[in-house]
Design a protein around this ligand. Structure first.
Ligand code: NAD
Length: 390
């Protein structure tokens, strides 16, 4: 059975001036299989309506609150109502919104970090299982073709046994008290009631943690963290450094910062095995570097046939020929593409293609929340190593 229509998407968050909701709207449209039909776009109902008008949506499908959206969408015929909702609000809202939509029978795509704390993450995991709905988590860096290639090389044994992982995410945009100017993205990120227990480590450290586990298939078991708040009066960390231990004995270093002046989004990872090493930079995402002990560095370039031949997942995640750069929007679109294929399979009671299941899910979200919890415990502890809770 085929689904002879686009998937109907709803959105919570992404009101006027918001950052990531707009990226979701653009990326989800890239392949033509998803249409935004409804939303509760802003914490302020008036601004939600304004956003709906700007997007040219049917005013009856633009809601003042997400609770209204759940209630009224359920009253529509099944083929008209949303199939899934994208949650693009600040972190404190992710759990209640995802929970209410899952309980009402909708599939969910949620921003990271998945919840506010580990308890909510565990509750959400149970709920996803019980609801039998598809849950995607927008760890967008897993959507890059060269990250998928790195994953297939590393997990396929090309590097030999992995010994060391170095991963960094420095930014500089919070090196002054920007939140005191009223800047919207800075204001909630530095507020413990909206952001959660961690600032920088929750916001971008979780991307570094997720990337290291996604590429290698290894799990961090212990860490030793040192979080700092450099900007006076700020209530959450704006810089952090961690030593890591992985479950195969590998060691690692992870640092994330929002006060590293001049840095933009310098997420990068180095993975060293017994035989070869890998290197990938988010700001130059079309290239993957492979190092060997006694030969020149190999540069694998996105869009070439040899990439898709080595990693079908990378081939599937590529739209343009080599030399025409693809990046942030496309990576979001790749997660949407796989998520949407899995939702379509669920709606048509068919099996999704194995490659369609390649998008972060509720388990990855729980790992992120355990990472935050362990980093916070470690930074307060006098012990050298703090173990992840089971
Ligand atoms: P933002 O401040 O730019 O936008 C948040 C929007 O959510 C605003 O329009 C706000 O009015 C709305 N909102 C808040 N509470 C709401 C509610 N209860 N109902 C409806 N709308 C509500 O924030 P942002 O920078 O876009 O971040 C949003 C989320 O996306 C965060 O969880 C953040 O961690 C995540 N994020 C992820 C990435 C990524 O690369 N994956 C990048 C940026 C942000």
């Amino acid at each position: 059975m085929e689904l002879n229509r686009k998937l109907n998407m709803g959105m919570v968050g992404g009101g006027p001036g918001a950052f990531i909701g707009d990226v979701h709207r653009k990326a989800s449209r890239l392949d033509g299989g998803i249409e935004l039909v409804a939303g509760a776009f802003d914490i302020n109902p008036r601004k939600s309506k304004q956003m709906g008008r700007e997007l040219g949506l049917n005013p009856r499908r633009v809601y003042g609150t997400y609770e209204q959206m759940v209630e009224r969408e359920l009253k529509l015929p099944e083929s008209e109502r949303i199939d899934f909702v994208s949650v693009t609000t600040p972190n404190n809202w992710h759990f209640p919104i995802a929970r209410d939509f899952l309980e009402a029978g909708f599939h969910v795509m949620c921003e990271k970090p998945m919840t506010f704390n580990v308890k909510e993450a565990k509750d959400l995991q149970k709920l996803v299982k019980k609801s039998r709905r598809v849950f995607g988590l927008m760890h967008n860096y897993t959507g890059y073709p060269m990250v998928k290639l790195a994953r297939d090389l590393a997990r396929g044994g090309e590097l030999g046994k992995i010994r060391k992982i170095v991963v960094q995410y420095p930014q500089g945009w919070l090196s002054t008290p920007l939140e005191r100017t009223g800047q919207m993205q800075a204001a909630w990120r530095t507020d413990p009631k909206q952001s959660g227990g961690a600032g920088c480590m929750g916001d971008i450290g979780t991307h570094a943690e997720n990337l290291s586990e996604y590429i290698t298939g290894l799990k961090i078991t212990h860490l030793c963290a040192d979080l700092t708040t450099f900007v006076k009066g700020r209530r959450l960390d704006d810089d952090g450094n961690c030593l890591l231990r992985f479950n195969n004995g590998a060691r690692g270093v992870l640092h994330a910062s929002q006060i590293s002046i001049g840095e933009e989004n310098n997420l990068a990872i180095w993975i060293y095995g017994e035989e070869k090493a890998l290197e990938w930079h988010q700001e130059h995402p079309n290239y993957l570097y492979v190092r060997v002990p006694d030969g020149p560095v190999q540069v694998w370039c996105r869009g070439n046939d040899y990439v898709g031949a080595t990693s079908p997942a990378a081939g599937r995640a590529t739209r343009l020929p080599s030399g025409h750069p693809e990046a942030f929007f496309e990576a979001f679109a790749n997660n949407y593409c796989n998520f949407a294929d899995t939702v379509r399979a669920r709606l048509t009671r068919t099996k999704p293609a194995p490659l369609a299941l390649d998008f972060p899910n509720v388990k990855d979200g729980l790992r992120g929340m355990l990472f935050i919890e362990t980093v916070l415990a470690s930074t307060k502890s006098k012990q050298k190593w703090t173990a992840f809770r089971k």
